[in-house]
Design a protein around this ligand. Structure first.
Ligand code: ARG
Length: 497
C-alpha cells in the first residue's frame, strides 16, 4: 500500500523476512485504539470532517470485533499497513485515506508497544505480588522450622525456613517497586512525533495522550520515535525477577535432592524418567533456571539493537518488539509456576532439624557465648575453631565433646596465649557447646535475623507493603480500564451519532 515511489513489488522472500505481521498480533488491539484516539483528535482539530471520522471509526470498530476480513495478511509488512489497508477498503479512500494524517508508523509502533508494555507490567506486577503472598503464607507456617543457612554452599549459621521465604519476598517486593517506577516512564505517549520531526498540521498531542490514558507525552520527536530505553528498563526489571526466581529454583532443586531432602515437590510439579522408575525430577524448576538465561538473552539482544543505532527510527527496532512479547510470556509463566512450587512444596521439617543439630553451624553461637563472658571475639573464634577441627576429625558433633577433650584443647591453646582462668573457660565451653539449633535462633535477635519474633515483624512489614502495592496496582489498572472504556464509549457514540 505504501509503495508510491517504488515501482516493483517487494519480493515474497524479502517480505516474509522483514514482516512483523505475526508478532504484531499482540499489538493489534492497541493499534486499533491508538488509531481511534488519533482520528478523534484529528477531527477535533478540524483535520477530518464528521463523515471521515465516522467512517474510519466504524471500520476500526469492525476490525476490532471481526478481524481484518478480506485482507490477506501475508501481503503486508506489518499490522499498521494491514489495518490501514482494511480501513481504506471499508471506509473508501476519501475517508479511510485520511486516517494516517500527521502520523508515521514510527510513532505509531512505539505507541502500541508502550500500551502493551504498560498492560504487561500490571499483569506481571500482580503475579509478582501473588508470589509474595504465597511466600508470606509459607513463612508464617515455618517461623520455627530450623535449617542450616549456607555461604559458599557450606553450612554457615542456623536459620529458619521463614527467614528464607521472607528474604525472597523482600527481593521480589523490590522488583515490584522497580516495575512501578518503570511504568511511569513507559506510560508516556509518543504519538504525534510522526516520522522523526513533527508535522505542519495543527495536531494536539496532549489530547491523544489523555484519550489513551497516558500520564504525559514524550516531548522531543526524535526521542519519542527513536528511544527504547523504556523497553530496556522493562526488560532489565523482568531479568531481575527471573534472576531471583532462578536462584530460588536452584535452592529448591538442591534441597529436593536425596542428599539434602529438605523439601519435596508435589507430584503435580515433578517429572520422572523414561527409564529410571525411582526418579522424581524437579523439571519445572530447571526450566525456570534455564528461562532466566533466555530472559538475559532478550535483554542483551535489546541492548545490542539499541547500541550504535543512529538516531531516528531504523527497522532494527522492529526486532525489539518481539523481545518484549517473548519476555512477557516467559516471565508471567515462570512466576505462575514458582507460585505453585511455593504453595505446594512440603518441608521435611524433621530432616532440617536433624541436619541442624549435627551441624557445626552453631559454632558462631558458641563463640558469641564466650564473647558475652568477656572473651575477645578473635580468641573465641580460635578456641571454637579448634573444637570444630577436633570434632570433625573424630567424626563428632560439638555436643559430643566431653570435658576432657575440651580441656585438652584449651590447654593446647594456653601454650600460645596467656589465659587468665583456664577452668572457667572450660566450664563455659562445656555449657555452651550444648546449644541447640532452636536456642541459637532464640538468642539471635538482631534486626533482620531468623529469630521468630523478627520473622513476625518482617512478615508484617512485607505484608503491609504487599497490600499497599496491590491496591495501588489495582487502581492503576482500573484507571487505565476506565479511560479506555470511556474512549470506547466515545467511539460508539460518534459512530451512532
Ligand atoms: N513494523 C515496524 C516496527 O515494528 C513498524 C514501523 C515501520 N516504520 C518504518 N519506517 N518502516 O517497528
Amino acid at each position: 500500500m505504501y509503495r508510491s515511489r517504488l515501482k516493483e513489488r517487494l519480493s515474497e522472500r524479502v517480505l516474509s523476512y522483514l514482516s512483523s505481521i505475526n508478532e504484531d498480533e499482540s499489538i493489534f488491539y492497541y493499534d486499533i485504539i491508538g488509531s481511534e484516539a488519533h482520528v478523534i483528535m484529528l477531527y477535533e482539530q478540524g483535520l477530518l470532517n464528521k463523515d471521515d471520522l465516522k467512517a474510519i471509526l466504524d471500520a476500526l470498530e469492525y476490525a476490532k470485533h471481526n478481524g481484518l476480513q478480506g485482507i490477506d495478511m501475508s501481503e503486508y509488512e506489518d499490522i499498521h499497513e494491514a489495518i490501514e489497508a482494511f480501513v481504506v477498503k471499508r471506509a473508501g479512500m476519501i475517508h479511510g485515506g485520511k486516517m494516517h494524517t500527521a502520523r508515521s508508523r514510527n510513532d505509531q509502533v512505539t505507541l502500541d508497544l508502550r500500551m502493551k508494555v504498560r498492560d504487561d507490567i500490571i499483569s506481571i506486577a500482580k503475579a509478582l505480588l501473588s508470589l509474595v503472598d504465597s511466600l508470606l503464607v509459607r513463612a508464617r507456617e515455618h517461623k520455627d522450622t530450623v535449617m542450616p543457612m549456607y555461604t559458599h554452599m557450606q553450612q554457615a549459621q542456623i536459620g529458619t525456613l521463614a527467614h528464607y521465604f521472607t528474604a525472597y519476598a523482600s527481593m521480589l517486593i523490590r522488583d515490584y517497586e522497580r516495575l512501578e517506577s518503570c511504568y511511569a516512564r513507559v506510560n508516556q505517549s509518543p504519538l504525534g512525533a510522526t516520522a522523526v520531526g513533527g508535522t505542519s498540521l495543527n495536531i494536539d498531542r496532549v489530547r491523544v495522550a489523555s484519550l489513551l490514558a497516558f500520564d504525559s507525552v514524550i516531548d522531543n520527536s526524535i526521542d519519542a520515535t527513536s528511544s527504547r530505553d523504556f523497553l530496556l528498563e522493562y526488560l532489565f526489571v523482568l531479568s531481575s525477577i527471573m534472576l531471583n526466581l532462578s536462584r530460588m529454583a536452584e535452592d529448591f532443586i538442591i534441597w529436593s535432592s536425596s542428599e539434602f531432602s529438605y523439601i519435596e515437590l508435589p507430584d503435580e510439579l515433578a517429572s520422572t524418567s523414561s527409564i529410571m522408575p525411582q526418579k522424581k525430577n524437579p523439571c519445572p524448576l530447571e526450566l525456570i533456571r534455564a528461562r532466566a538465561s533466555s530472559m538475559l538473552g532478550l535483554l542483551f539482544a535489546c541492548m545490542g539493537i539499541v547500541k550504535s543505532l543512529p538516531s531516528g527510527y531504523s527497522r532494527d527496532m522492529q526486532e525489539s518488539k518481539r523481545l518484549a512479547i517473548d519476555a512477557y510470556k516467559l516471565v508471567y509463566d515462570s512466576l505462575d509456576i514458582m507460585r505453585s512450587v511455593v504453595d505446594g512444596l512440603k518441608a521435611n521439617v524433621g530432616n532440617m532439624l536433624r541436619v541442624s543439630e549435627h551441624s557445626y553451624a552453631l559454632a558462631l553461637d558458641v563463640a558469641e557465648g564466650l564473647v558475652k563472658q568477656g572473651i575477645p571475639f578473635r580468641f573465641a573464634h580460635k578456641i571454637v575453631g579448634m573444637l570444630v577441627a577436633y570434632a570433625s576429625k573424630n567424626n563428632k558433633t560439638m555436643k559430643d565433646l566431653n570435658r576432657e577433650e575440651i580441656s585438652t584443647i584449651v590447654n593446647e591453646l594456653a601454650k600460645d596465649y596467656s589465659i587468665d582462668s583456664i577452668d572457667s573457660l572450660i566450664n563455659m565451653l562445656v555449657t555452651l557447646k550444648d546449644i541447640s539449633p532452636m536456642e541459637s535462633i532464640m538468642l539471635r535477635r538482631s534486626l533482620g535475623s531468623p529469630n521468630p519474633l523478627e520473622q513476625e515483624r518482617m512478615i508484617k512489614v512485607i505484608e503491609e507493603k504487599k497490600a499497599t502495592y496491590y491496591t495501588r496496582i489495582s487502581k492503576m489498572q482500573e484507571r487505565l480500564e476506565g479511560a479506555l472504556s470511556s474512549l470506547g464509549k466515545t467511539v460508539t457514540d460518534i459512530i451512532h451519532s
